[in-house]
Design a protein around this ligand. Structure first.
Ligand code: BES
Ligand code: MN
Ligand code: ZN
Length: 493
């Protein structure tokens, strides 16, 4: 979407539709100002009708009384509930409405001097507009009308143009993550993810290495080997290196689970909703989206991404319950359920990245446990961390981007729950107790003392029936995590 900033008065603005916001029960359209008696009266009537309620929109035609053809007023809801996410959501609704009406260009009066910082308001407007028209129609003959309207932001903020540019880059990366995550499993085996990673690396001057099945095996990535061995679609181990910080600066490591389809393997999942397990690659897709964004933003940091990718299939070659496999970190893992595959490939990704790149901190992203949905639902991701300082920064980026997280605890008692009688660790906790934490405890064995935050995005990576509806999300993958992590990385030096 094309978005630009412009200083100037609403009364002088020649545009198809001039949009302003109204907070509940204020009867004011923020920043709209006065026009002439006739128009002002109509505006005032519309304001009274919608009462600033969130979700309500009024449109009036100006009949050539002013340069703008129409005025749109959108309710923002209650003042004490106003966040940047409300703006993101409302702008998404405005954009959809304008697209529906076939209007080719619109202007938003940036609400200034409200309780939210101006740069966050501008980002929220751009993200809401750019994400709301996303539709995954790659496999449909009848495409949705892809022509996006152009947006002008009226603002006096001198930094607005820069913020707009960054927000477009970030929300485009979210769309990229959705596009990859939405690919059906027959079209997106691990090899395809390797190709996609190479593409973004070439476009943005990153180094990309993709290990084949044999290389994975010879490098002793035993978890990836075991989970991947049951499928004809061979596993890949993807490494992206973005280096734009000081040479001596240790990199930040990002690891993402990319199971292109999770049948459960020999511990086969029930058939109901199994199709959704095409989204089991979302963690890896989030990491790829983050790498695309930060390399386009040219952030002055060093970041390594590792995406272990497999298809988890039952077959004569598949790994089995009872198997003992040796992970990259040298620890043996007793397999008690082949459906607990994510932790096996992630443990290898984490250990390999830590050994080869000595990162200062690590974050991993995975649709790891159904238990996370039971605990937190589908609007909040679970996080587990061994480092309070890092977790605090993550929570602050979460608050800014409204990609919600909730921290779950980890301690030695949970670590004990993944100890095995016949191997070093087991890939299953004790029954269903604390399923999200025991999965994280398995990963903690591969992480050691490096500051680490684990994101369980099982509930938030795609739209599920209980997902709160937001205008800037549409059915399918959400791209959860990209905005949060990019925000975090933008605040790193
Ligand atoms: N990919 C699933 C987790 C999942 C399930 C995410 C449903 C989103 C929706 C993961 O590989 C898995 O199967 N986990 C098992 C672990 C169990 C066997 C310990 C689970 O959650 O049931
Ligand atoms: Mn599974
Ligand atoms: Zn899985």
């Amino acid at each position: 979407m094309r978005v630009r900033a412009e200083a100037g008065l609403p009364i002088k603005k020649k545009t198809s539709i001039l949009c302003a916001f109204s907070i509940e029960d204020t009867n004011v359209a923020i920043g709209l100002g006065k026009f002439n008696k006739k128009i002002d009266q109509t505006i005032s009537q519309s304001l009274k009708e919608i009462k600033g309620k969130k979700g309500k929109i009024a449109i009036i035609h100006s009949h050539k009384e002013i340069p703008s053809e129409r005025i749109l007023i959108a309710g923002l809801g209650k003042k004490n509930k106003l966040t940047s996410d409300v703006i993101r959501d409302v702008v998404g609704n405005i954009t959809k409405k304008i697209h529906e009406l076939g209007i080719k260009e619109f202007t938003i009066i940036t609400p200034e001097k409200i309780s939210i910082k101006n740069d966050q308001v501008v980002s929220a407007i751009v993200e809401g507009a750019n994400l709301s028209l996303y539709d995954f129609d790659l496999y449909k003959k009848e495409k949705s009308n892809k022509k996006e309207p152009d947006l002008t932001l009226l603002t006096s903020d001198k930094n607005a143009q820069k913020i707009i540019k960054n927000s477009i880059t970030i929300s485009d990366a979210v769309k990229f993550t959705r596009d990859v995550a939405n690919l059906p499993p027959n079209e997106c085996p691990p090899a395809k993810l390797g190709e996609i990673a190479k593409q973004i690396a070439n476009q943005n001057k990153m180094k990309c290495t993709v290990f084949s099945k044999n290389e994975i095996k010879s490098k002793r990535l035993g978890g990836v080997t075991a989970v991947g061995q049951g499928s004809k679609n061979e596993p890949r181990f993807i490494i992206l290196e973005y280096r734009n910080g000081k040479k001596e600066q240790k990199p930040i490591l990002l690891v993402g689970k990319a199971v292109t389809f999770d049948t459960g393997g020999i511990s086969l999942k029930p058939g109901e909703k199994m199709d959704e397990m095409k989204f089991d690659k979302c963690g890896g897709c989030t990491v790829l989206g983050v790498m695309k964004a930060i390399s386009e933003l040219k952030l002055p940091i060093n970041v390594i991404a590792i995406v272990p990718s497999v298809e988890n299939m039952p077959s004569g070659d598949a790994f089995r319950p009872g198997d003992i496999v040796k992970l990259f970190n040298g620890k043996t893992a007793e397999i008690l359920n082949t459906d607990a595959e994510g932790r096996l490939i992630l443990a290898d990704g984490l250990a390999y990245g830590i050994k080869h790149f000595q990162p200062s901190s690590v974050m991993d992203f995975a649709t790891l446990t159904g238990a996370c949905i039971v605990a937190l639902g589908t609007n909040v991701a679970g996080i587990v961390s061994n480092n309070t300082k890092l977790a605090t920064k993550v929570k602050s980026s979460s608050a800014k981007t409204s990609e919600e997280v909730w921290e779950l605890p980890i301690n030695d008692d949970y670590m004990d729950m993944v100890k095995s009688k016949v191997a070093d660790i087991r890939n299953l906790g004790m029954g269903r107790a604390a399923g999200t934490i025991t999965a994280a405890a398995f990963l903690a064995n591969a992480v050691g003392n490096v500051p680490w935050v684990h994101f369980d995005i099982a509930g938030t990576a795609w739209i599920q029936p209980s997902t709160k509806s937001k205008s800037y999300n549409s059915h399918g993958a959400t791209g959860f995590g990209v905005r949060l992590v990019v925000d975090y990385l933008m605040n790193q030096k």
